[in-house]
Design a binder for this molecule. Structure first.
Ligand SMILES: Nc1ncnc2c1ncn2[C@@H]1O[C@H](COP(=O)(O)OP(=O)(O)OP(=O)(O)O)[C@@H](O)[C@H]1O
Ligand SMILES: [Mg+2]
Length: 338
């Protein structure tokens, strides 16, 4: 029984939340022009109602934790672990929405998310448990560690002026470390945005590799879901080249994470949450200035990471982490003198 299931209205996304969702569409090439996806597939009454109370005879769904462009994440209890006395049998379970599950690529996309995340063992990356299928309802799902905390988009709602440097640094450095590690393991994230980073009780966690990809030669058995077939993006955080149909790259992730860090540092998105192509065409970089809480010595690196043109974005996640982690030379001199 889903005793903790929230009222159905809570499951529907607000307009503002919808702007931050990843938009999915099966791309039909329109005379060679990039396909423009309609915002779609927010969870509906039908997609939630169709879920059984217990999945795969083992996971009791308790309540909705969050919903995105492709599915929903629930808190669930692992009844098997509970039976053997596990004091904390709670997990998170990600399942595709019913509409999305009907598309032929959907389960492969979910499996790809699982396989990419499983490749990463890092303190600041979410830990996945299993990929499973409920044979009765014919739906695939992922089980993973239950993170308890706040996603950065929620944190930003609570802190509209941004975070002071010390707090910002304690989030930005682990986040960049996680991203640099993923890139070093050949895994690209593809959807860097505040709602895909959790400030949990156990520290920062990067998650949602649902649009991720492995670099050439890594995890070769994974079905390659090319963006030509499968368009998806989050308008305010995807680099211009992604919106223009170029393949995902580490550099595109750097653009996204730079937007997130900029927003945390001053409470405002660098380009008013506009799609990056629009921001570029409107020459918004001319109005860009250092966010209020960012120390001066970090700004050149962050500004480089925010370059619209990938050729000018000459910084890696590791270099951005190092630049943000370094103390300014002025501070260093002071310390040396002391
Ligand atoms: N392991 C977890 N523990 C706790 N909460 C989680 C967990 N995974 C996801 N969530 C919550 O569910 C929300 C949606 O999860 P996720 O980003 O994986 O789904 P999505 O459908 O890919 O979303 P989107 O398309 O908007 O990025 C998250 O923003 C977060 O609030
Ligand atoms: Mg997400």
């Amino acid at each position: 029984m889903t005793e903790f299931m929230p009222p159905i209205d809570d499951l529907l996304v607000t307009e503002e939340e919808a702007n931050n969702l990843t938009y999915f569409a099966f791309a039909k090439p329109l005379n060679g022009k990039p396909h423009v996806a309609e915002p779609a597939l927010a969870p509906t009454r039908a997609s939630v109602g169709a879920l059984p109370d217990v999945l795969a005879g083992r996971y009791r769904i308790e309540r909705l934790l969050g919903a995105g462009g492709m599915g929903a994440v629930y808190r669930a209890r692992d009844l098997l672990h509970e039976q053997f006395g596990d004091p904390d049998p709670y997990i998170a379970l990600k399942i595709l929405s019913e509409e999305f599950a009907e598309s032929p690529d959907a389960s492969a996309l979910l499996y790809s998310e699982f396989a990419l995340t499983r490749r990463l063992r890092h303190n600041n990356v979410l830990r996945p448990h299993t990929f499973e299928v409920d044979t009765d309802c014919q739906r695939a799902f992922i089980t993973m560690e239950l993170m308890r905390g706040l996603t950065l988009d929620k944190l930003l709602c609570e802190r509209p002026l941004g975070l002071p440097w010390k707090e910002l640094r304690d989030i930005a450095l682990p986040l960049l470390d996680a991203l640099a590690y993923a890139h070093a393991r050949g895994v690209l994230h593809g959807d860097m945005k505040p709602s895909n980073v959790m400030l949990s009780e156990e520290g920062v966690r990067l998650f949602d590799f649902g649009l991720g990809q492995a670099e050439e030669g890594i995890l070769p058995g994974l079905p390659h879901l090319s963006r030509n077939r499968f368009n998806a993006w989050t308008p305010g955080y995807a680099a211009p080249e992604l919106l223009e149909g170029q393949p995902l790259s580490a550099s595109a992730d750097v653009y996204g994470v730079a937007c997130v860090i900029y927003e945390l540092a001053g409470g405002k998105h660098p380009f008013r949450r506009l799609p990056s192509t629009e921001a570029r065409d409107g020459r918004l970089e001319r109005e860009l200035h250092a966010p209020r809480n960012l120390p001066k010595h970090c700004w050149p690196a962050l500004r480089t990471a925010l370059a619209f043109d990938a050729a000018d974005r000459t910084i890696t996640a590791a270099q951005l982490r190092d630049a943000m982690g370094a103390t300014s030379s002025w501070l260093q001199r002071l310390r040396l003198r002391a």
